[in-house]
Design a protein around this ligand. Structure first.
Ligand SMILES: Cc1cc2nc3c(=O)[nH]c(=O)nc-3n(C[C@H](O)[C@H](O)[C@H](O)COP(=O)(O)OP(=O)(O)OC[C@H]3O[C@@H](n4cnc5c(N)ncnc54)[C@H](O)[C@@H]3O)c2cc1C
Length: 518
């Protein structure tokens, strides 16, 4: 293939270099959860597999390794299928939901078998996020457990889950090439023949005898894709892997792939801070500390840019996903998103109760930022505002009408004493904001990851914009997830990522038909 046909995707310094070449049966692009699952499955089906990863081994931090580390399962394929299809709305075809339901039924055993000496799943519990939807009773989730040095099993994280995947990959002798960024697919007459990677030494062609699997994650750190596809655009911020720049989306588009649900994601309000050196720290924000096992009652409200409350903040406190949609309200007359940013107001009780985020969680942790235990460093940096009155802190944070925020706090406090609250259905969990000084932090829509990308069929094969299947091209994980409108339940992304990785790997390992099948 002439170099000129692939040169556009390469870095400037390598554009005139002739590529070197080698090959495998299946080339997997991206070594996160979905790529590892695809590689393991393709290998176990008899394929010679090569994984390319754009991060160096030293800096490799796929989203999969950044906390959590559980999975969602289904106890009954038919019911799980019904539930997943109901959550997907009409974004994902029924047969694609079914393919996930079939994997979800066996996923727990598969994970337990990855590296049994190091990682296993805890007993599952019911976990459907929408228990009223049909089939919800079949949905359950469990967190992972890892063996510590003394041989005891403890609650694990995404890093432990990824360690189990890495062990399983290594045990099989599957080669992982780090520092190898896939730039472009090699396509001949509509058939995908391999990829071109940009390495330190120049462009390198990798030929895939059977298929290429794009497991490159989402587009959380590509501002242009966010601007064009997400409601809220580049004001939406993520705390996942910085390597998630939509590379797999662009590579698939370049060979004619259709894209699906690019604007869809399961989000929440997140912290977004920039320090004096320009370093960005995006962080999950804990309105109360129940999520990390502490039960100190604390008060909180969230207002829009004018100081008015607009929704039930306890949804955000519970880290549910509905509050995100409330934040995306658009005022077409004014041409603004009046709830971006929103303003979280709290008092000394919450400030003292513990860090506002989970230190070393997500990308802020991966980037080496350690949130202080007493929030003092972030107060000094101006990421947290403080005032002796609500009005003072609201003004300091930039709320347009600080007196409106003070009125909201007064009304909220009356509701805590028994008056009717416009947004919360019960006063039980409402603690007054009456312990000065007061604090305020800006919240932005965002979260862990995007889900849009190339459309796939039930076998993980990428679908062309004109409806036929692209020969030799598969996708999995966040790169065009098969989660549709609603997030089904605890650890659903992990479930989708591992299930869709297995589906893609299994089918990619099949020998090709001599002619392209459309
Ligand atoms: C802090 C945090 C908490 C989370 N908690 C949960 C949870 O509780 N439950 C849940 O279900 N999900 C959770 N998630 C989401 C879940 O972790 C992700 O959806 C999932 O891990 C994504 O897996 P992936 O394989 O698609 O992508 P990744 O794990 O990001 O892997 C993609 C890989 O591809 C590489 N890559 C990208 N472009 C290229 C290229 N051009 N060439 C070569 N390599 C490339 C990247 O460097 C990366 O290593 C959480 C995410 C975060 C950040």
């Amino acid at each position: 293939m002439p170099v000129g046909t692939v040169a556009k995707g390469l870095s400037m310094e390598h554009q005139n270099q002739a590529p070197t070449a080698d090959s495998a049966d299946v080339v997997v692009v991206g070594f996160g959860g979905s790529g590892a699952a695809a590689a393991i499955e393709a290998h176990d089906r008899g394929a010679r597999v090569l994984v390319v990863e754009k991060a160096s081994e030293e800096h490799h931090s796929p989203t999969t390794a950044l906390l959590a580390g559980g999975a969602m399962f289904g106890t009954d394929v038919d019911q799980t299928h019904t539930y997943l299809a109901a959550c997907a709305g009409n974004l994902i075809p029924s047969e694609v939901c079914r393919s996930w339901a079939e994997e979800a039924a066996v996923l727990r055993d598969w994970i337990d078998g990855l590296a049994p000496e190091a990682f296993r799943m805890a007993p599952p519990k019911p976990s459907a996020e929408f228990p009223h939807l049909p089939g919800a009773a079949a949905i359950e989730s469990s967190f992972g457990e890892f063996t510590s040095a003394d041989g005891e099993w403890s609650k694990g994280s995404g890093a432990h889950l990824f360690d189990a995947l890495r062990r399983a990959v290594q045990r099989r002798g599957i080669e992982v090439r780090y520092g190898a960024r896939a730039q472009q697919l090699i396509s001949t007459d509509g058939r995908i023949q391999g990829i071109v990677v940009d390495t330190e030494t120049g462009p390198h062609e990798l030929h895939a005898h059977r298929a290429v699997v794009l497991a490159t994650g989402g587009f959380e750190f590509d501002d242009e894709l966010k601007r064009q596809y997400l409601t809220g655009g580049d004001q939406v911020h993520f705390y996942g892997s910085r390597y998630a720049t939509g590379d797999g989306i662009r590579m698939a588009q370049a060979v004619g792939a259709d894209l699906w649900h690019m604007s869809n994601m399961a989000g929440r309000g997140v912290g977004h801070f920039v320090d004096t050196e320009g370093r960005v720290v995006n962080a999950i924000m804990l309105l109360d500390l129940k999520w990390v096992g502490l039960n100190d009652p604390v008060g909180y409200i969230i207002t829009d840019r004018d100081g008015h409350r607009f929704a039930d903040e306890s949804v955000q406190a519970k880290l549910g996903h509905s509050f995100y949609y409330e934040m995306l309200h658009y005022d077409a007359e004014a041409g603004v998103f009046p709830r971006i940013p929103s303003y979280w107001i709290f008092d000394q009780r919450r400030f003292e109760a513990g860090p506002l985020t989970i230190p070393r969680y997500g990308s802020s942790g991966a980037a080496g930022y350690a949130w202080s235990d007493d929030n003092s460093h972030e107060l000094d940096k101006g990421w947290i505002h403080r005032g002796t009155t609500v009005e003072e802190v609201a003004a300091a944070a930039g709320i347009a009408d600080p007196s409106a925020a003070a009125d909201e706090v007064a009304r909220y406090n009356r509701a805590c004493a028994g008056a009717k609250d416009p947004y919360r259905s019960a006063t039980m969990d409402m603690t007054p904001l009456d312990s000065p000084p007061y604090y305020c932090v800006k919240l932005w829509p965002g979260g862990t990851n995007t889900t849009g990308g190339p459309r796939r069929d039930a076998t993980g094969r990428v679908v062309h914009a004109f409806g036929h299947l692209i020969d030799g091209l598969y996708a999995c994980g966040e790169n065009g997830s098969i989660i549709g409108e609603r997030y089904p339940g605890l650890y659903a992304y992990y479930s989708e990522v591992l299930s869709s990785g297995r589906i893609a790997g299994r089918n990619a390992a099949r020998k090709r038909c001599p002619t392209a099948e459309h």
